[in-house]
Write a protein that binds this ligand. Structure first.
Ligand SMILES: [Zn+2]
Length: 86
């Protein structure tokens, strides 16, 4: 496992600065929202594994830039098909 260091992060939901680990972009107050949205995306991708960020955004009403952040965090992993960011 990779070692993780605490650093100043900016929450991708509320924009507040907080102390967190590199690779995460969610403050404690937004953790529930973050997990909820992430679960929605994951469920959607199980049904439609070849969707791209724009299709996910249209279907779930989630901001595209937010979806891209999940990809940057390495939380959205695709085991089949090709995934293009846009
Ligand atoms: Zn937040």
């Amino acid at each position: 496992m990779r070692k993780r260091y605490k650093t100043t992060c900016i929450c991708k939901h509320c924009g507040n600065e907080y102390e967190g680990y590199i690779g995460t972009c969610t403050c404690d107050a937004c953790k529930d929202i973050d997990n909820m949205i992430f679960t929605q995306i994951r469920v959607f991708l199980k049904k439609y594994p070849n969707s791209n960020a724009v299709q996910i955004s249209d279907a779930l009403g989630i901001n595209v830039s937010l979806i891209l952040k999940y990809i940057d965090e390495g939380r959205l992993v695709f085991n089949k098909g090709t995934f293009s960011k846009i």
